[in-house]
Design a protein around this ligand. Structure first.
Ligand code: ATR
Length: 279
């Protein structure tokens, strides 16, 4: 007799902490929608157990993993091969287990780009973009944003050096520069301001640069929550044209991972509606 449990393909998300992750719900909805025979697990793994946990998942027949905070940079060393975008970002959020080897990719940047351009219809070509923060999240989104040909992209970070390193890394791909978090030029406004700091996660609200907002500015927080994040609340207070949290990016990056694993592209709009309503 055919045993369903044996033939189910296994996927999951590894992070620390992980209990609040929406990825299992999103991937289960994708699987249902596209009739894929798969399961998706929530795996809480502390940094010192990462290598062991990834190997174990692979050795027990796992097909692929999503990797989230704080493992996105560390997991790159376990990959036999990296996509160009993961290599440039220096961060991996998607693993594919092939015949004994591990392929690492990064779908965060394309996820943001899809949410901005397809879901939200925010034009990017010729615009002025400000990114706050210069950690792993910023590394993942800079390449895809530059591919949309903005006029300028400024990275502002508390530790100036980290912003400078990223600007230098991508300097061949477009007009990109760096400054300190408190040194965003007061005389200029931006079309798009992206919060890629982790400040909101700790409830911190650093002094975001109010002079960067014009009446037409779109503010996008890579973080998301049931209630408005500190950055999205700040953007509303300062009358940004739109203030958006990263639910759409979350669903779009998941769809890209799903496509890499299963070869089918799920429709994201109904899933986005379902999870942000459920939130
Ligand atoms: P992620 O992978 O989410 O980007 P990260 O690599 O730890 O996480 O980066 C966190 C980012 O948020 C960094 O740019 C950090 O600034 P520093 O590089 O100066 O540490 C920024 N950040 C965190 N808390 C902040 C705060 N209270 N004010 C301003 N920036 C903050």
């Amino acid at each position: 007799m055919h045993d369903e449990t044996v033939s189910v393909d296994r996927y999951g998300v590894m992070g620390y902490p992980i209990s609040h992750s929406r990825s299992p719900v999103i991937h289960r909805l994708f699987a249902l929608q596209t009739a894929q025979n798969m399961q998706y697990e929530l795996l809480q793994v502390p940094p010192e157990k990462l290598d062991q946990a990834v190997r174990q998942f692979q050795n027990t027949g796992g097909k692929g993993l999503n990797i989230t905070v704080p493992h996105k940079r560390a997991v790159a060393r376990l990959c036999d091969q990296l996509s160009e975008r993961a290599n440039l970002a220096g961060a991996v959020n998607t693993l594919v287990f092939g015949d004994g080897d591990v392929f690492g990719d990064n779908t965060d940047g394309i996820g943001l780009l899809r949410d901005l351009t397809v879901n939200l219809r925010v034009p990017l070509a010729g615009t002025r973009i400000l990114i706050l923060g210069a950690g792993g999240a910023t590394r993942g989104i800079v390449g895809p944003l530059l591919s949309a040909a903005p006029d300028t992209l400024l990275i502002a970070n508390r530790s100036l050096h980290k912003a400078e390193v990223i600007a230098e890394l991508f300097s061949g791909a477009g007009r990109i520069s760096a400054c300190g978090f408190d040194d965003v030029p007061a005389s200029e406004t931006f079309d798009l301001i992206i919060n890629a700091t982790s400040a909101g996660l700790t409830g911190d609200a650093p002094p975001y640069p109010a002079s960067a907002i014009a009446a037409t500015t779109v503010c996008y927080d890579l973080s998301y929550g049931i209630k408005p994040t500190p950055f999205s609340a700040w953007a509303r207070e300062h009358r940004a044209a739109r203030s958006v949290m990263g639910w759409g990016m979350l669903v779009e990056q998941a769809a890209e991972s799903f496509h890499i694993w299963r070869g089918v592209r799920p429709a994201t709009a109904p899933v986005l509606k379902q999870i942000s309503v459920a939130a």
